[in-house]
Design a protein around this ligand. Structure first.
Ligand code: NAI
Length: 246
């Protein structure tokens, strides 16, 4: 892919202040997009990215931020629904409040942001939505019942949205990363009795023997967001170090 392939396009990246979202925002910006980061916390955001404080669980905050992006940046062509939180445990260990909290961020948040952006996506000649699912949607991971359910819902949501909006010229795809070394994973590791052993187990779980780098997921998201993937909609692209199929 060439530098400048996103020239003239405006992209929203939710959760773009950290990890996979930040790597994606920087990749799209380096290739010519004007990037708006929507995040509940914008600490340390690089200067070439425009930040908007918004929480994906708060519909008025999302509606206002998305409208501001369109007004200030001249429309919306690309939405990367990346904001998400982790949850560790079996069904015996997560209570109802935790289920509601995680599904609200990981699933309903994507619906809220996409719905808010639809009026502008419909006017774009290069409209693309990319959702961040996970291999947890595809494989039975231990201790991830709630998280896996949320990412399975993202996969199904991707297929449904792709069908609903294909006639409007809006493509919808998702990526399914394996374990990616981001602050999200570092925080999760601190919850284990032996974080070093758990880190080694996460590396070993990848067929490639190491966690995925955030820029590798960003490159896959950029492909699906780019006009180069114009014939691709309703697909899930694994970026998982071979976990799912080897
Ligand atoms: P991260 O924790 O490094 O970054 C997540 C970002 O989302 C943060 O900037 C955070 O402030 C923001 N965010 C969280 N809740 C929000 C809310 N309610 N409203 C707005 N912003 C919010 O996480 P990471 O690892 O970069 O994960 C990004 C996405 O990738 C998530 O959807 C996660 O489930 C998914 N994923 C991560 C994998 C990993 O191994 N790190 C593997 C597969 C998927």
């Amino acid at each position: 892919m060439s530098a400048g392939e996103f020239d003239g396009l405006v992209a929203i990246v939710t959760g773009g202040a950290s990890g996979i979202g930040l790597a994606t925002a920087q990749t799209l910006s380096a290739r010519g997009a004007t990037v708006a980061v929507l995040d509940r916390a914008l600490d340390g955001l690089p200067d070439d990215l425009v930040g908007f404080t918004a929480d994906v669980t708060d519909r008025p905050s999302i509606d206002a931020a998305v409208a501001q992006v369109a007004e200030r940046l001249g429309g919306i062509d690309i939405v990367v629904n990346n904001a998400g939180i982790s949850a560790v445990g079996t069904v015996a260990e997560n209570d109802d409040a935790e289920w509601a909290r995680v599904l609200d961020v990981n699933v309903v948040g994507m619906a809220r942001v996409t719905a808010a952006a639809l009026p502008w996506l419909r006017r774009s000649a290069a409209a693309s939505v990319v959702n961040v699912s996970s291999i947890a949607a595809l494989n039975g991971l231990p201790q991830r019942a709630l998280y896996s359910a949320s990412k399975g819902a993202v996969l199904a949501l991707t297929y449904a949205m792709a069908t609903d909006h294909v006639a409007e010229g809006i493509r919808v795809n998702c990526v399914c990363p394996g374990t990616v070394h981001t602050p999200f994973v570092d925080r999760m590791l601190q919850g284990f009795a032996d974080p070093v052993a758990e880190r080694a187990a996460l590396d070993a779980r990848q067929a490639t023997g190491r966690m995925v780098d955030p820029v590798e997921v960003a490159a896959a998201i950029a492909y699906l967001a780019s006009p180069l993937s114009v014939s691709t909609t309703g697909t899930a692209l694994d970026v998982d170090g071979g976990v799912s199929h080897l």
